[in-house]
Design a protein around this ligand. Sequence first.
Ligand SMILES: Nc1ncnc2c1ncn2[C@@H]1O[C@H](COP(=O)(O)OP(=O)(O)OP(=O)(O)O)[C@@H](O)[C@H]1O
Length: 315
Amino acid sequence: MKQTPAVKTQNLTKRFGRHMAVNDVDLEIYSGQVYGLIGPNGAGKTTLIRMLTTAEDASSGEIYIGGEKLRSDRPQPHIKRQLGYLPDDYPLYDDLSVWDYLDYFARLYDLRGRQRQRRLQEVLELVNLEHKRRSRITSLSRGMKQRLGLARTILHNPTLLLLDEPVSGLDPIARQQFREVIKTLQSVGMTILISSHVLSDLAELCTAIGIMELGFLVESAPLEELYQRLSRQQIWISTQDDSQQVAAWLSQSAKVEGIEQARAGVLKMQFSGSQAEAAALLRSLVQSGFSVYDFRCVQDSLEDIFFKVGHQQSS
Ligand SMILES: Nc1ncnc2c1ncn2[C@@H]1O[C@H](COP(=O)(O)OP(=O)(O)OP(=O)(O)O)[C@@H](O)[C@H]1O
């Protein structure tokens, strides 16, 4: 039996005047997935996320959270309790301490007494900010502030997290720390939608990817499937011989689909064969007397796939 998606949209559309920000989007995200949403500036990612959180009304189409239809004519607090939303510009209160900030929101969620203390402790540990509980927010690094925003987002124990560009402006170390927290949240059973322009982060984190362009969801698939379908294999060969001669020899192979000189003595070729065929090619290259000192197979990255699929600019 097919699993009910944690999030499903049907023909979801948002118009701002005559501008179609989100256009006829059918999206499915399954429980436990980390779904990465990518697309150029203005592609419609924030608008889509805002509609899923009910912060923005749809112009037409439907949204289902855990199989239940979102309605604009009634409050549905039980659905909202399942959602945790971290917008890209969420303000923190600089003068408060980390603990007091979270305590303030925990009170708004009506967490009381020991239960509130316990939950604050738990989320601080989850986002790795336990050691900063007494620090004023103004003294935190940008990465810590983002993790604090995330702590506030998960205070009420949501099952579905919607994170809009949470790592923008963070340095590589802060991004890595953020990724670790996301992995922990996934391991405790959360379903996570995360939009980002940092595709290497998403490639490491996500189990599925959606690509938006000009309001359309032009691709949506598990990451593995996307790689299988759209990622080509390249082989980089470094040789001490005349690279033109090596290129001429290689291009006789039916599996070599294109070859170019990347730099002096280094060739880059598109290869459609299997690993065994790549090994056989290397063997006969060496047996033919060519001097090869590096032979490296690499797959197209998520960024390569993105450029292949999303080829028009929104902005
Ligand atoms: N409130 C609004 N009023 C009018 N137009 C809007 C509004 N919000 C968004 N738009 C337009 O809708 C389109 C999609 O914007 P959106 O912010 O959803 O894109 P995005 O993919 O999140 O971009 P970015 O990566 O830059 O955050 C853009 O053309 C934007 O200008």
